[in-house]
Design a protein around this ligand. Structure first.
Ligand SMILES: NC(=O)c1ccc[n+]([C@@H]2O[C@H](COP(=O)([O-])OP(=O)(O)OC[C@H]3O[C@@H](n4cnc5c(N)ncnc54)[C@H](OP(=O)(O)O)[C@@H]3O)[C@@H](O)[C@H]2O)c1
Length: 312
């Protein structure tokens, strides 16, 4: 009896998503949250740079990437707009680079973490150098894992203490929703981020944190030149992707970029395994984040229905 369950869950939410398309473009956060300090990885170009531009001027920006001259140029431009910027050049494909970014970010009270840095390699798996696969895994998977591991507990604890909410955006891709011959490792890495983000959001649902897995479709950035691919026609601009991401944060857990995609968010992003394995409450969260304490803004639990176990 899985089919009626899908209709019951996906139907109303898809309709709701259709109705909220315009809302997603208005740029306001669901809780009116104004983040104080945002860490953006991969901020030297494309979507990461666009996040820096799209965040309000009051938000202090911590920008990182490998190209220090780009970081300096961004810092100069954004500082001229009256913003506070800090930069760190680091290579996320190396353990030392990842440690450096986590340690550096710990010196600030980060309340918005944007795990955006990423790369893809095109070509048949067996004909691609294994170093390229490894780099993809290190940057696309290991770096977000270590950043979340190193920063998220303190972000949540501090949000609880201050009676605020914090946010996390994990930049995945529409490539996460299927196997991609020719970009096997890249698509698999983005699928990892999608499922990681969904599970984390479910685990942290009672905490003052908004978690979004952002799945851009084709976007005009340097990604394609680096991957050795032509830019597809009708690609989105990085600015539009960043604005959509910020608008969706706090509203939903998975957001597919582009108007045409939005009714499909729930359909593609629905995780049957989470619905089926909804743990009994007493078994859930026996860890340090188990019992939410303090007076922080709670979110309307729009995911309750989606995660409810099927009626058998
Ligand atoms: N463009 C698309 O069509 C598209 C679609 C879906 C998802 N995405 C995702 O969007 C994210 C941003 O990509 P983009 O499209 O904006 O491409 P981009 O312009 O090439 O930006 C990639 C960013 O990641 C950084 N980066 C790459 N390797 C790094 C490393 N080893 N260490 C530290 N930083 C590194 C780059 O900075 P440095 O080179 O300065 O290090 C750059 O700032 C990626 O996760 C990508 O998978 C892109």
């Amino acid at each position: 009896m899985l089919f009626p369950h899908w209709i019951a869950i996906a139907g109303p939410q898809a309709l709701q998503r259709l109705l909220s398309v315009s809302e997603a473009f208005c740029g306001e956060h669901r809780h009116g949250t104004q983040y104080r300090t945002a860490l953006i990885t991969g901020a030297t170009s494309g979507i990461g740079a666009a996040f820096g531009e799209a965040l309000p001027p009051e938000t202090m920006l911590l920008l990182t990437g490998r190209r220090s001259e780009r970081l300096a140029a961004s810092a100069a431009r954004l500082t001229a707009q009256g913003r506070t910027i800090h930069t760190l050049a680091a290579d996320l494909s190396s353990a030392s680079g990842r440690i450096a970014v986590v340690e550096w970010a710990r010196g600030f009270a980060v309340d918005l973490l944007i795990c955006n840095a990423g790369l893809g390699t095109s070509g048949r798996f067996v004909e691609t150098f294994s170093a390229a696969h490894k780099e993809t895994i290190e940057v696309n998977i290991v770096a977000p894992l270590e950043l979340l591991d190193g920063l998220l507990p303190s972000m949540v604890a501090s949000a609880r203490k201050l009676g605020r909410r914090c946010g996390v955006i994990i930049v995945s891709s529409t490539a996460a929703f299927g196997a991609r011959p020719g970009m096997a490792c890249y698509a698999a890495s983005k699928a990892f981020l999608l499922r990681l983000g969904q599970a984390l959001a479910a685990e942290l649902r009672d905490q003052p944190v908004d978690l979004l897995v952002l799945c851009p479709t084709y976007t005009y950035t340097e990604f394609f030149a680096r991957a050795g691919l032509p830019i597809p026609r009708d690609a989105m601009t990085p600015d539009a992707v960043a604005r959509e991401g910020l608008a969706a944060l706090g509203r939903r857990t998975v957001h597919l970029c582009g108007r045409g995609y939005q009714p499909l968010d729930q359909f593609f992003a629905f995780n049957p395994s989470l619905a089926v394995w909804r743990w009994p409450r007493r078994l859930r969260m026996s860890n340090r984040l188990a019992a939410p304490q303090g007076d922080f803004p709670r979110k309307t639990d729009h995911r309750k229905r989606r995660l409810a176990p099927p009626r058998l």
